[in-house]
Structures are given as structure tokens and as C-alpha cells.
Design a protein around this ligand. Structure first.
Ligand SMILES: [Fe+2]
Length: 309
């Protein structure tokens, strides 16, 4: 029997690898799953409290069944930015990263996003955008970006997120060339709450059929943490669970990798612009130094053939 090592996706549970070893494995396409930490549980609790307050007296998991969709979108449009900018997140995210082995002096994070995936066709656009298969690197993320994804409540295979490992090494024709993060921020982001029904904002997407299978759906408990490279092709699973899935995610960058331009291979990202200006140092919330970000301003390095070898 022959094993195709280039296509293997190892999944590490509660790994004891160092952060440096972990980053190397993430850049090679591996996935990591961690049990809840003290701070990830506090982050989840914060999200739950804010959700409960926003949807009161309804249960946030079932509020979609008794609210007009416009009202529902309106609630999320207030709640999501409030969560993103909640002062407690600036302590909790660095704490989660440190509990999971990151060096707070060399690790930078961005603000957390709260995601919602309503069940059925209720709301899949705008403020609750159901992400089609994509790589974050199609959205101007650096190839050293690492994603941290945490379910706020119990998830199932019917409402989680999915990875599509075939495309770790198989490029996809896509529209990322049209995307520029700085341009997107300027023109589109403020419109999200208005996008109910059809989303008209230009999102990078595949321009040919995606090989979704085999796909990986990881199901950690609430507060558990899925860690993956921003170059992984991933998507929102169509929610058929009859309740809304809420999750929290954020991203990190290690300054040494940013400077050395280490990271996952670029097989098909053509966007311009960079998210490097968003990351804050865990220890003191300083931005990445200019010598670490300068090389990224033009967009990702074009090393398109790298992963085919
Ligand atoms: Fe993503």
C-alpha cells in the first residue's frame, strides 16, 4: 500500500507540541483541537451572556423561529460589533493564546468575530453570512495567519464548520484577484446589516467545482478550540440542526514568521492588500512593527507552483 503523504491531514488533540512545532504543522496542513481552557470558557460565557441579553426573552438558539428576519438581522447588527469591541476580549484572547502555548511577546491577535449560522434558509447572507468554501488567504490574510475557532454552544455535524483537505494542495480557480482588504473595508463592510436575502458584496469565491469530500468536521465541546492555517479551504456547513449555531473565532500571527515570510504555501491566492495592520501584540496591544508588515502590503507572495511539487 502506498501512502500519499502530501495529502495527509493529521489532527492533533490536546497536543503537547510547542507553539513553534505547532505552527510548522499548521503550515503543512495539519489541524489541532484543544479541550476548553479557563479563558476560552470565559470567552464563551461572555458571548452567551451577550446573546441572552440581545435576544431576551427568547432563547438565542431558537429565536430565529419567532422573530421576523429583519428584526433578527438588526439584533445581530448591534450584538456582533459590541462583542468584537468588548474590552474583556482584549484580555481573554491573549489569555487563550497563552494557555495554549503562544508567547505573548511574539504573538499578535486580531479582534474576535461572533458568527451565527441560522438553521435552514432563514438568514444566510449579510450579517449572518454563510461562508462558501474559501481560504482566508483569498481575503488578504498573510500565509502565517492561524485561525482559532470556538463553539459557543453544543455543535453537531449538521451545524459546524468543515475543512476540505483535498484543496490543501489542489489549487482552485477563484476570484481572489478582485479582492483588496483595504478596499473592502472602505466600501463594503458597513453594508453588512443591509444584506438580507442576497449578498451583493464581492466575496472571493471558487470559479470551478470544489471537491468538498472528503471533508473534516471537528466537534469540540463549547469552549473547545479548533486551530487551523488561514490557507485551509473551509466552509460553513448548511445548518439542518433546527437551532442556530453561534461560534467565536479570531486569528493570530507570530512576528518571527511574519518577518521571515514563513507560512503555508500559496497555491491560488491572488488578492491584494493585507490584514497585517489589524494584529495586536498579546502582551501590550502594540501593532506589528513595520519591518514585519512592509513586505505584505502588495498582497500575498505569488508562489503558486509551490504546493504542486
Ligand atoms: Fe474563514
Amino acid at each position: 500500500m502506498r501512502y500519499d503523504v502530501g495529502r495527509m491531514t493529521a489532527i492533533h488533540y490536546d497536543s503537547r507540541l510547542t507553539d513553534e512545532e505547532r505552527r510548522a504543522r499548521l503550515y503543512a496542513g495539519d489541524l489541532f483541537v484543544y479541550s476548553p481552557t479557563a479563558s476560552s470558557l470565559r470567552l464563551v460565557e461572555l458571548a452567551r451572556d451577550m446573546l441572552a441579553e440581545a435576544f431576551a426573552p427568547r432563547d438565542p438558539l431558537f429565536a430565529q423561529f419567532s422573530l421576523p428576519v429583519e428584526k433578527y438581522a438588526q439584533i445581530l447588527a448591534t450584538l456582533k460589533p459590541a462583542f468584537i469591541h468588548h474590552p474583556a476580549c482584549k484580555q481573554l484572547l491573549p489569555a487563550v493564546l497563552q494557555e495554549l502555548g503562544c508567547d505573548p511577546q511574539r504573538t499578535y491577535f486580531d479582534v474576535p468575530r461572533m458568527r451565527s449560522a441560522a438553521s435552514g434558509d432563514y438568514l444566510t447572507s449579510g450579517i449572518a453570512y454563510a461562508f462558501h468554501p474559501h481560504r482566508d488567504t483569498w481575503y488578504s490574510a498573510p500565509f502565517c495567519q492561524i485561525n482559532w475557532w470556538i463553539p459557543v454552544s453544543h455543535i453537531t455535524a449538521d451545524n459546524c464548520m468543515a475543512f476540505h483537505p483535498h484543496h490543501w494542495s489542489a489549487p482552485l480557480r477563484n476570484s481572489s484577484a478582485q479582492y483588496n482588504y483595504q478596499e473592502w473595508n472602505r466600501a463594503s463592510r458597513y453594508q453588512a446589516a443591509q444584506q438580507i436575502g442576497v449578498d451583493t458584496r464581492p466575496q472571493p469565491h471558487a470559479l470551478e467545482p470544489v471537491q468538498l469530500d472528503p471533508q473534516i468536521r471537528l466537534l469540540p465541546p463549547p469552549g473547545g478550540v479548533i486551530v487551523f492555517s488561514g490557507a485551509q479551504l473551509h466552509s460553513t456547513v448548511p445548518n439542518t440542526s433546527n437551532y442556530t449555531r453561534f461560534s467565536v473565532d479570531f486569528r493570530s500571527v507570530h512576528v518571527d514568521d511574519a518577518v521571515a515570510q514563513r507560512g503555508a504555501p500559496n497555491i491560488d491566492s491572488y488578492c491584494t492588500g493585507s490584514t497585517m495592520g489589524d494584529y495586536l501584540r498579546c502582551s501590550d496591544l502594540a501593532h506589528l512593527p513595520e519591518h514585519a508588515t512592509a513586505a505584505y502590503d502588495a498582497g500575498p507572495p505569488q508562489r503558486v507552483s509551490a504546493a504542486n511539487g
